[in-house]
Design a protein around this ligand. Structure first.
Ligand SMILES: Nc1ncnc2c1ncn2[C@@H]1O[C@H](COP(=O)(O)OP(=O)(O)OP(=O)(O)O)[C@@H](O)[C@H]1O
Ligand SMILES: O=C(CO)[C@H](O)[C@H](O)COP(=O)(O)O
Length: 704
């Protein structure tokens, strides 16, 4: 019980599922285990060897039919050994060994439940209903006796690790999964496509793939090269690599082409599935799960009678039901009922030794051969129909909800306008820290000034005058980046006051357009997903600007002060009016204005933030969470007929991890936006990061 979380130990649904499992383990002896699994394991464990397959062949004289990898053997062995010992002591045949096998599966079952809870956080109760009480899991594992829970667990754990930014461990675990059952290999090309098409994950691909294939080869090559029995097993029936107990193979479905040639359907369908995944391009984890679920479902529908394989789709069916609502659950339930009925017709019922019932005691097929065939065909047809509907529903939903921000069509565009020294670059850098450096391309209005510092025309214009900037090129370049086209752009070097030679800049997931005039050209602001205007308290702006321009850019105090005064009319004429075009206006204010009086003050500057928002759907929730989770003080003013909604936020000691946690509660589909290791800023900058993400989530889907 120590492994089971406290909330589960008292949950009635969990206890019900556990009771059903324990009863099944005690009462039932499934055919798959009694005939294939347990005898092989028990016989080879009794005389341990590095090559149990050959040891079985030598002892029994039969080619072994344990066509799983060594991981499956090593996983079950520690459970079976005490069972075998108990049987020997009690002289009870294989009763306890069989039960030990059940316990071994129960542990994998519990582990899979915990993994699914982690994969679907916030849905604990429904994960219990959809997984732990799933009749399909109970039927396949405890009635039919299949052991596919072990590779399914490793597959789900690998996906969870991938989701949690541990690609190398995800690879190792998937390698173990392949080492348990080779057919898990089928997901690898899908995962490669997923990681490659998602720029955010692309750099994890080599680590993941190397780890996965390294572990898989390490586990599978020795038996293939050095085990005579494995070689004999495969030589007599190479299809075993893709078969399961009962010798069902994915090559069983074919079309006869004539002249002795056959077209195997499954490889064709599989390649089409890979092509489809490639065409979808950037996938969210949600869509990845849908694609994997549908791919496996199609394999199952086109393969007769592989009962255990249906376990592979369970994790994906659980996520589907969690996301898609009651109708989806109804569809999954109908599919489950028909599947169990169809498989019960053609597979032997488990023995119930305590009641004296032998294997196959329950036969649902009519005695008459023709009627039996007809009934079976009807069930298979209904199952196929329901399966197709289920696959199509999963795909439609997955594709509809994929790529919430439309990133596969166009990069996200964030515009940041505001006067000099209001914090445009600071905010742009903070946002790049969230998206990840490689995911962001920034263009800065400063690079589009028409003249270098010593240019004579600066006597006629200030930098704030649109005529002193090439706003056409600024707009053109922004639009190019939004069409995924690279640009050639020079850079204005603030240290020298000179332009650098033009450099090639590649488009990326997020285009960050910052500058004095980022919301000035209509064509530019119309293509933005979110437009921000920074409107700092004037005393604070002067303080920051003087500190930066004198301290970092090497200007004299007199020059900076003179420039601030000279620019005022142009600020009023060209910069401030852009506020009207912004979705969000941020105004940083000093929390302690006295600090501004000392121009030489270099210590921390506690800040307050006023935020005005055009779209304020989550205004109250945002305020509540900032108070509750970040410990900030927040005043809210709802939007009026002609005024924007407003928040005033105070709290300089707001911590980055609290803001991150708040973002997880507030911003839908956050994982599609953030870097694998996003950097949140403390204090008001962190709150600005959060609000920009929230606005993106509210505005982007509407604007696309
Ligand atoms: N959110 C913030 N928190 C703390 N300090 C800030 C913040 N924003 C700006 N500052 C201060 O103001 C200074 C100016 O900021 P920044 O360089 O980002 O402004 P800018 O709008 O990009 O200016 P310019 O248009 O002149 O390049 C920074 O050096 C920093 O000291
Ligand atoms: O205001 C600016 C940006 O917002 C200008 O880019 C800046 O002032 C350039 O001039 P200089 O290098 O002479 O300071």
């Amino acid at each position: 019980m120590a492994l089971i979380p406290i909330d589960l130990r008292t949950d009635r649904w969990f206890l019900l599922g556990l009771a059903l499992r324990i009863a099944a383990i005690v009462l039932l002896v499934p055919e798959v285990q009694a005939h294939w699994f347990t005898p092989f394991m028990a016989q080879t464990l009794a005389a341990p060897s590095l090559d149990p397959w050959t040891s079985f062949l030598l002892q029994d004289g039969r080619t072994p039919d344990f066509f799983y990898g060594p991981v499956m053997y090593l996983y079950h062995a520690p459970f079976l050994l005490p069972g075998m010992l108990a049987d020997r002591l009690a002289e009870s045949g294989t009763i306890f060994t069989g039960m030990a096998m059940g316990v071994s599966l129960l542990v994998a079952d519990l582990a899979l439940l915990l993994v699914l809870r982690r994969m679907n956080e916030g849905h604990d109760e429904r994960v219990l209903l959809f997984y732990w009480l799933s009749p399909l899991v109970l039927f396949i594992t405890y009635w039919h006796g299949d052991t596919d829970l072990v590779p399914t667990l490793l597959l789900a754990l690998s996906l969870l690790l991938l989701q949690r930014n541990s690609p190398v461990w995800a690879g190792v675990v998937l390698g173990l999964g392949i080492g348990a059952k080779v057919s898990i290999l089928a997901v690898v090309p899908f995962l490669v496509i997923f990681l490659w098409s998602h720029r955010r994950h692309r750099d994890t691909l080599p680590g993941f793939l190397l780890a996965c294939m390294g572990v898989a080869l390490l586990l599978l090559v020795p038996p293939l090269l050095f085990s005579p029995a494995v070689q004999q097993m495969l030589a007599s029936n190479p299809r075993l690599l893709v078969a399961n107990p009962g010798m069902v193979s994915i090559l069983d479905v074919d079309i006869v082409l004539g002249a002795g040639q056959k077209l195997y359907i499954m490889p064709v369908v599989y390649l089409l599935g890979l092509y489809g995944a490639w065409k979808v391009g950037r996938m969210s984890f949600d869509l990845l799960y849908t694609v994997l679920g549908v791919a496996y479902l199609v394999v199952l529908l086109l393969t007769p009678s592989a009962v255990g394989w249906y376990l592979w789709i369970i994790p994906f069916l659980v996520t589907f039901q969690l996301r898609a609502g009651p109708r989806a659950s109804g569809l999954v339930m109908a599919f489950t009922v028909v599947l169990i009925a169809a498989k019960s017709l053609i597979t032997a019922a488990p023995a119930v030794p305590l009641l004296g019932l032998p294997l196959g005691w329950l036969s649902l097929l009519p005695e008459d051969m023709m009627s039996a065939l007809r009934l079976n065909s009807i069930m298979v047809s209904v199952l196929m129909g329901l399966g197709i509907v289920l696959a199509l529903t999963m795909l439609r939903r997955g594709l509809d909800e994929n790529d919430f921000f439309g990133l596969s069509q166009r990069p996200l565009a964030i515009g940041i306008a505001g006067d000099s020294g209001t914090g445009k670059d600071t905010l742009a850098l903070a946002m790049a820290g969230l998206f990840g450096e490689g995911a962001v391309t920034g263009i800065s209005g400063d690079d589009y000034h028409l003249f270098e510092r010593r240019g004579k025309l600066w006597q006629a214009f200030t930098h704030l005058d649109p005529r002193a900037n090439d706003l056409e090129a600024f707009t053109r370049d922004a639009l190019s980046l939004l069409a995924w086209r690279p640009i050639m752009c020079r850079h204005y070097d603030h240290a020298t006051g000179l332009f650098t030679p033009p450099r090639r800049i590649q488009a990326s997931d997020v285009a960050m357009v910052t500058g004095l005039h980022a919301l000035y050209p209509p064509a530019l602001r119309e293509c933005l997903d979110v437009g921000l205007y920074l409107d700092m308290d004037e005393g604070l702006r002067r303080f920051f600007k003087i500190r930066r321009d004198v301290g970092q850019r090497g200007h004299s105090l007199e020059r900076v002060l003179a420039s601030i005064e000279r620019r005022m009319p142009d600020y009023q004429a060209f910069i401030r009016p852009q506020r009207e075009h912004a979705d969000v206006v941020f105004s940083l204010m000093p929390a302690d204005p006295v600090l501004l009086e000392d121009i030489n003050y270099t210590g921390p500057m506690p800040l307050k933030l006023r935020v005005r928002m055009r779209s304020a759907i989550s205004l109250d929730r945002l305020a509540r969470l900032l108070i509750a989770l970040c410990g900030a003080q927040v005043d809210v003013t709802q939007a009026g007929a002609n005024t924007m909604a407003e928040l005033v936020i105070d709290g300089s000691d707001v911590q980055p991890e609290d803001i991150h946690f708040t973002a997880l509660q507030l911003v839908p589909h956050l994982e599609e936006l953030l870097a694998r290791h996003p950097v949140w800023q403390p204090g008001m900058t962190g709150i600005m990061q959060l609000i920009v993400l929230l606005q993106l989530a509210e505005l982007t889907p509407k604007r696309r």
